[in-house]
Ligand binder design. Structure first.
Ligand SMILES: *[C@@H]1O[C@H](CO)[C@@H](O)[C@H](O)[C@H]1NC(C)=O
Ligand SMILES: *[C@@H]1O[C@H](CO)[C@@H](O)[C@H](O)[C@H]1NC(C)=O
Ligand SMILES: *[C@@H]1O[C@H](CO)[C@@H](O)[C@H](O)[C@H]1NC(C)=O
Ligand SMILES: *[C@@H]1O[C@H](CO)[C@@H](O)[C@H](O)[C@H]1NC(C)=O
Ligand SMILES: *[C@@H]1O[C@H](CO)[C@@H](O)[C@H](O)[C@H]1NC(C)=O
Ligand SMILES: *[C@@H]1O[C@H](CO)[C@@H](O)[C@H](O)[C@H]1NC(C)=O
Ligand SMILES: *[C@@H]1O[C@H](CO)[C@@H](O)[C@H](O)[C@H]1NC(C)=O
Ligand SMILES: *[C@@H]1O[C@H](CO)[C@@H](O)[C@H](O)[C@H]1NC(C)=O
Ligand SMILES: *[C@@H]1O[C@H](CO)[C@@H](O)[C@H](O)[C@H]1NC(C)=O
Ligand SMILES: *[C@@H]1O[C@H](CO)[C@@H](O)[C@H](O)[C@H]1NC(C)=O
Ligand SMILES: *[C@@H]1O[C@H](CO)[C@@H](O)[C@H](O)[C@H]1NC(C)=O
Ligand SMILES: *[C@@H]1O[C@H](CO)[C@@H](O)[C@H](O)[C@H]1NC(C)=O
Length: 799
């Protein structure tokens, strides 16, 4: 392990000296972007490969931005996939406007593509393999800026506003100056072919003698489903000539056959096929600029509604032809809206600052704020897309928005409720304007309940909010005939509701019956918490259902001297005894892990596990190396412990020590180990998929010394990593200051704590303790102490 760490750190030093050459503002005191390395999480353990990476997106984007402009690269290993477009070692096939950040499911987007070329000789414009370009060294990136140098001498620089991108091509001496606009380009999905999106149809119309072009593309299938995007591009000069091209549709993810003919034409425009045609021709255009042109600039707007909106976005958002203006505007927005909300005077450790601020950066890229850009229905509600997925983010990222970005949290909650209004169900995952994939429960319920219990009101219609949750809890979603899971309608709601309602548990007739049982339990707990206020008649019913996980507790399942785990159960009531590492009934986790995930009722859990001592021992064994024998699959697992720091089901586990009297120090120890062995600066710095910022929020909460218990107004207390850090909280921008005396690499155990001036012996806080600002004064030391002599955190689901 140590070797790996050293090589990752030294790789970062190398990176820091060569690759973060972005413009640095002179006002460094308030420019927190200097601590952001957009490449963290773009590589796996091998920094030169995207295999097993965090799938993070390194290109320019704004907080919750629609446009995520970046390179798409070749990747031929199906298990690796270029989920966010970028891989360290692939060749560039285009720079495209839409990406996701940190996803591990099917690839999505990689659309509205542009590629600079030096020649058309040997190029088949329908086949990216004939013009893809290797790069010279690492690409460079900083917040708002991206640069890629091709071996052929072309440099491409990128910047982005909310709905538009700025691309600046600099050509070397010699050769042609060509920009290829490829409407058919999109990210292939080699891993999950069934979820692969494909180009379907498009239109492109050149205007102004070649100075501009606009059009649309339609892409089908994929995670989520079909979507149409309009674009509008403007160059800073008029090309010498241009040509449209088109060619017959090809099977997705395979090169065109040698006999495929390419047609070139000069207009008046080109369309792949009649509107609505599923298999239009591939289309695009090539623009050739004069020989004396060294630089070509392109500003391109995109919209889900119309070409007009796409064109207006360019004019409104990128009025200048100076790339740096757009870079600076993006930096300002990130500083104002995200980074300046968490400021520290403790700046001695740049590595730590880089981990922390880069984590915040990744935690605010998704979902995409598509307010005003919803093509499916007109509404005055905010619109968000790319919840990829709530299964990942509900555990702690959404709670972060509630505390620090309350107006964003409000917008997301309203958007989720509006999706229920118009689609019938709130999503668990959603992308491309379609509810995508349910991996377990209906976890929008948890996000809504968390917001409700923490008092978020604003413009939220909570009557509809509760109706949204009730739909999940009472109405079985219609079958969606997903070939990947014939047992479950997995686009919406809770497929296993028939079992849940009939038996009070889930039979193996439905996939993931063991992980679904804990998720449905927490979902119903969520309902109970909102019902308490808004539908008191439902409160007892849902509270009772939130205990259903106990019906699948199997005392005969045994491993490593521990007995009693969550397991499968037949319709006739018989428990099926399996190995607690058997993954046949879970999603991305072991029964060992899922047996902990009932945050609403740890009191019952401790009791069913045989009391505090046995629970402590069982927690201890979760972190012992080499006990995991099951293969959780590529991109899911990290490390060798039963607890898996690379994926969400284990997020809560290390902090359960807080529920055992006097054991908070063990949560602190585990949290320290966790961050120290799993998070780094540099491309290999994440232990798994970022998952839309979920894994990153897990880290930055721990570094603040707090962890939210989702669906309760409770935060567990850990131990801070900065000696003085201030967080802007709540709608009134109050300051929560967290200070830590005597913090060092050896000294991080809590000795004592004051909360808002009062001596504190609880290892938890309520939302009210910090939501209006306040001061947490920690005194730390190298020795463990039992300072948490007060009550353990609540278990409001206990009956
Ligand atoms: C970009 O603009 C900022 C602010 O005006 C300036 O400090 C910086 O030097 C500029 N960078 C480049 C590369 O021109
Ligand atoms: C990248 O392109 C180079 C030169 O064209 C080629 O040799 C190499 O195999 C390509 N690699 C990938 C990963 O596409
Ligand atoms: C590039 O071409 C390959 C081979 O035809 C294809 O599988 C892939 O989908 C194409 N990539 C893009 C981004 O269009
Ligand atoms: C390029 O040459 C054309 C004439 O061929 C001239 O009008 C134009 O100003 C030149 N552009 C530059 C950047 O030198
Ligand atoms: C700086 O922080 C990193 C990350 O927490 C840690 O690994 C390193 O030991 C720290 N360096 C010093 C000198 O404290
Ligand atoms: C939204 O309203 C506009 C303007 O009235 C209309 O053109 C458009 O079709 C509506 N969109 C939907 C999805 O109903
Ligand atoms: C569950 O599966 C069993 C065995 O395949 C079948 O007999 C039974 O009808 C199923 N139950 C339901 C509720 O679908
Ligand atoms: C289980 O208990 C036996 C007997 O006490 C002991 O030898 C063994 O090491 C224990 N296993 C683990 C994983 O702790
Ligand atoms: C899990 O247990 C079931 C039932 O005993 C068995 O059929 C299946 O093969 C096991 N799966 C694994 C991965 O061990
Ligand atoms: C809080 O700060 C934001 C800027 O981040 C500002 O827009 C808002 O008006 C402030 N709210 C209050 C109540 O001061
Ligand atoms: C502060 O930490 C140092 C070691 O870093 C330790 O020697 C000292 O006892 C600590 N002070 C307190 C009050 O715990
Ligand atoms: C910490 O523990 C060690 C060993 O028990 C002891 O020598 C030392 O005095 C303790 N330090 C503090 C600050 O209590």
């Amino acid at each position: 392990m140590a070797d790996k760490i050293i090589s990752r750190l030294s790789f970062f030093l190398f990176l820091a000296s060569v690759s973060i050459a972005a413009p640095v503002s002179s006002d460094a005191a308030s420019d927190w972007t200097v601590y952001v390395d957009p490449f963290i999480g773009t590589a796996g353990p091998d920094p030169n490969s995207g295999a097993n990476s965090g799938d993070t997106f390194p290109g320019p984007t704004l907080p919750f931005g629609v446009v995520k402009l970046g390179p798409d690269t070749t990747e031929f290993d199906p298990s690796t996939n270029a989920f966010a477009g970028y891989t360290p070692d692939g060749n560039v096939t285009a720079f495209t406007c839409f990406h996701e950040c940190g996803i591990g499911g099917g690839s999505k987007y990689g659309v509205v593509g542009h590629m600079p070329l030096l020649t058309l000789e040997g190029v088949n414009v329908l086949d990216n393999m004939t013009y893809m370009q290797p790069r010279k060294g690492m690409d460079r990136a900083s917040v708002g800026y991206y640069r890629s140098d091709f071996k052929n001498g072309i440099t491409t620089e990128l910047a982005a506003s909310r709905h538009a991108g700025f691309i600046q091509y600099t050509f070397p001496a010699g050769g042609d100056r060509i920009v290829l606009a490829d409407v058919s380009h999109n990210l292939p999905s080699l891993a999950e072919f069934i979820k692969s999106q494909t180009y379907s149809n498009g239109q492109l119309v050149v205007t102004d003698g070649g100075r501009g072009y606009h059009g649309w593309g339609v892409w089908r299938g994929g995670w989520g489903s079909d979507y149409q995007i309009y674009f509008c591009n403007e160059f800073d000069s008029t090309p010498e000539s241009y040509q449209y091209f088109s060619g017959p549709w090809n099977a997705p993810d395979s090169p065109p056959s040698p006999s495929t003919q390419v047609f070139f034409s000069n207009g008046p425009g080109i369309q792949g096929g009649p509107e609505g045609d599923d298999m239009g021709n591939r289309i695009g255009a090539v623009f050739k600029f004069a020989e004396n042109t060294t630089q070509v600039k392109s500003r391109i707007g995109v919209s889900f509604i119309s070409v007009e909106k796409a064109c207006n976005f360019v004019q409104q958002e990128i009025p200048s032809w100076t790339l740096n203006d757009t870079v600076e505007a993006a930096k300002k927005e990130w500083n104002d809206d995200v980074f300046s909300k968490v400021t520290t005077t403790d700046k001695k450790n740049t590595t730590r600052l880089t981990m922390f601020y880069s984590g915040l950066y990744r935690g605010h890229q998704m979902p995409s704020d598509r307010t005003g850009e919803n093509p499916k229905w007109n509404s005055s509600e905010p619109s968000y897309d790319d919840f990829y997925t709530l299964w990942d983010t509900f555990r702690c990222l959404n709670s972060w928005y509630l505390l620090v970005q309350p107006s964003r949290a409000e917008g997301m909650v309203r958007a989720l409720i509006d999706i229920w209004r118009h689609v019938g169900f709130a999503p668990d995952g959603r992308s491309g304007n379609f509810n995508g994939k349910v991996q377990g429960g209906s976890n929008a319920d948890n996000v809504l309940a968390d917001a409700y219990v923490k008092g978020l009101r604003g413009g939220i219609n909570w009557k509809d909010g509760y109706a949204t949750m009730r739909k999940d809890a009472e109405v079985t979603p219609p079958p969606n005939h997903d070939p990947e899971d014939p047992t479950c309608a997995n686009a919406d709601g809770r497929c296993a509701l028939p079992d849940w309602l009939e038996y009070g548990y889930i039979t193996p007739n439905f996939s993931s019956s063991v992980s679904r049982v804990v998720e449905y339990s927490l979902n119903d707990f969520s309902l109970s918490q909102v019902a308490k206020d808004l539908a008191p008649q439902d409160y007892q019913k849902y509270l009772k259902r939130s205990g259903n996980w106990k019906h699948q507790w199997n005392p005969h399942m045994t491993q490593y001297n521990f007995s009693g785990f969550l397991g499968p159960r037949n319709a006739d009531g018989t428990l099926i005894t399996i190995d607690p590492q058997n993954t046949s009934y879970t999603t991305e986790g072991l029964p060992w892990e899922y047996s902990w995930t009932v945050p609403h009722d740890i009191e019952s859990l401790v009791s069913i596990m045989g009391g505090p001592e046995l629970t402590e021992k069982r927690l201890d064994i979760m972190f012992v190396p080499n006990l995991r024998t099951a293969d959780l699959g590529v991109g899911v697992a990290s490390g060798t412990t039963l607890y898996n720091p690379g994926n969400e089901p284990s997020f809560f586990t290390p902090f359960i020590y807080n529920y055992l009297p006097g054991k908070q120090w063990k949560s602190v120890r585990q949290s320290r180990i966790n961050i120290n062995i799993n998070y780094f600066t540099g491309p290999s710095g994440l232990p798994g998929n970022s998952d839309a910022g979920a894994l990153d929020s897990w880290m930055f909460w721990q570094m603040l010394g707090l962890y939210p218990v989702v669906t309760q107004d409770v935060y567990l207390i850990l131990s801070p990593w900065f000696s003085d850090i201030s967080v802007t909280v709540g709608a009134n921008n109050a300051t929560l200051r967290i200070t830590a005396q005597n913090l060092s690499e050896e000294s991080f155990y809590v000795q004592s704590l004051k909360v808002n001036g009062k001596e504190w012996n609880l290892n938890w806080l309520t939302h009210a303790d910090i939501a209006n600002g306040g001061h947490l004064e920690f005194i730390l030391g190298p020795n463990t102490t039992v300072w948490d002599t007060g009550d353990v955190p609540p278990s409001p689901g206990h009956q």
